[in-house]
Design a protein around this ligand. Structure first.
Ligand SMILES: *Cc1c(COP(=O)(O)O)cnc(C)c1O
Length: 415
């Protein structure tokens, strides 16, 4: 075997569906267990302070987790560690580091790069509303340049620490060519937010990305009852992320780690089933005269976005089976109006130029029967005008922002 073949054989000896069920659990039979144990300890006994000091020093210097029992739950937790191992396997990564939320994960990545003096970020819109806001507001001392994928190479500077893309992007489902973008990044690490596709449909590290992040709150958990974030990457960056996590404290709770590990075991079947319904709904919406435009990505998946000819607020008010709510990736179908909710925090001009029109609705398709979903959606599309009490007025002014930064003109990133 050549080295490549050997590497592949070692990195991916089992199919994704098998890894989803077994990764992070390989030691259980040896422990005489079937379900993974939940370790809720915040601290661990140690009768040898000198040895403990050496273990803490080693972590501080290298970011490597100490051998033996954990020291304190902000360094490391065995239940969370199982989820990290499993997610790394699914993404084909050397390691993964879990956080309290997707935003805590992105924060840790930005801080890890900024602490190396690399404070400049190049990013492609649209991104999830709060990711956009975190970068645009410069809250973490980073500076962002927004570009088209074609403008990435020209936007790189000596202090550029990261390039960020989402594909398919929230909420327009716009896709970027990860291979081409990774090439344009040169030696600057490319972070792909893989929340929408999940490793079931797309493994960005195989296409040249260096860092993959997820809002685990969405498909990885999959049941709308756990919040988390995770970053899959190489060993060196994982060690830096663990040091940042220790210092800043955005840890994933062990119960959340347990639920996320359990979520992974059904991720492939959930994703394929929901994606089948989503593709069918996208087809019907595209043929429907009440709908102006449908966005459904080439990579597939369970998200569909569409622009209605009428009032989008009527559709939201008109659904009965589908839940009008922010978030996505659950077993039940959710719908929301990005301009009002998920992307509200992005300035109106930036939102519009990124393709987030005021008529856009974002549908996260769940596991219900597709005919039931279509009849609910179809009835909502014909809903009578909302009663005044339920009408959500269109914003008269640019969206509220938490900084007083001037609203920029629409950038070239719009589509
Ligand atoms: C929800 C979301 C996030 C943020 O994740 P939280 O878990 O809500 O902090 C980041 N990126 C994408 C694409 C998302 O959909």
């Amino acid at each position: 075997m050549d080295t490549d073949t050997q590497d592949r054989a070692q990195a991916a000896p089992r199919a994704l569906a098998t890894e989803a069920v077994h990764a992070g659990r390989d030691d259980l039979a040896g422990l005489g267990l079937h379900a993974p144990p939940i370790d809720l300890s915040t601290t661990y006994p140690s009768y040898d302070s000198a040895a403990e000091a050496a273990r803490i020093d080693a972590f501080a210097a290298t970011g490597l987790l100490p051998d033996g029992p954990p020291v304190y739950a902000r360094l490391d937790n065995p239940t969370v560690g199982r989820f990290e191992t499993a997610l790394a396997r699914l993404e084909g990564a050397a390691d993964a580091v879990a956080f309290a939320s997707g935003m805590a994960a992105l924060t840790a990545v930005l801080l890890a790069r900024a602490s190396a003096g690399l404070r400049h970020v190049v990013a492609v819109r649209p991104l999830y509303g709060c990711s956009d806001h975190l970068l645009d507001a410069g809250l973490l001392g980073t500076e962002v340049t927004w570009v088209d994928p074609a403008g990435i190479a020209d936007a790189l500077r000596p202090d550029t620490g990261l390039v960020i893309v989402e594909t398919p992007a929230n909420p327009t489902l716009a896709e970027v060519d990860v291979r081409a973008v990774a090439h344009a990044c040169g030696s600057v690490p490319l972070l792909v937010d893989n929340t929408f596709a999940t490793p079931v449909l797309q493994r960005p590290l195989e296409q040249g990305a260096r860092i993959v992040m997820h809002s685990a709150t969405k498909y990885l958990g999959g049941h709308g009852d756990v919040m988390g974030g995770v970053v899959a990457c190489d060993d060196a960056f994982a060690r830096q992320l663990r040091q940042v996590r220790f210092a800043t404290g955005g840890v994933l709770h062990p119960l959340a780690g347990y639920l996320l590990l359990r979520g992974l075991s059904t991720l492939p079947v959930r994703m394929r089933a929901a994606a089948g319904s989503a593709a069918e709904l996208a087809r019907r919406l595209a043929a429907d005269p009440r709908v102006a435009r449908v966005h459904y990505p080439k990579v597939g998946g369970a998200m569909v976005s569409f622009e209605v000819n009428g009032d989008p607020h009527r559709v939201i008010a008109g659904v009965r089976l589908i839940t009008p709510a922010v978030s996505l990736g659950s077993v039940d179908t959710l719908i929301q109006h990005p301009a009002s909710i998920s992307h509200r925090i992005v300035a109106e001009g930036d939102r519009r130029s990124a393709g987030v029109s005021d008529r856009l609705l974002r549908l996260s398709v769940g596991l219900e029967d597709v005919e039931d979903l279509w009849s609910d959606l179809s009835r909502a599309l014909s809903a009578p005008p909302a009663t005044p009490a339920r009408t959500v007025p269109a914003p008269a002014k640019p969206a509220a922002r938490t900084t007083d930064a001037p609203v920029r003109e629409p950038s070239a990133a719009g589509r």
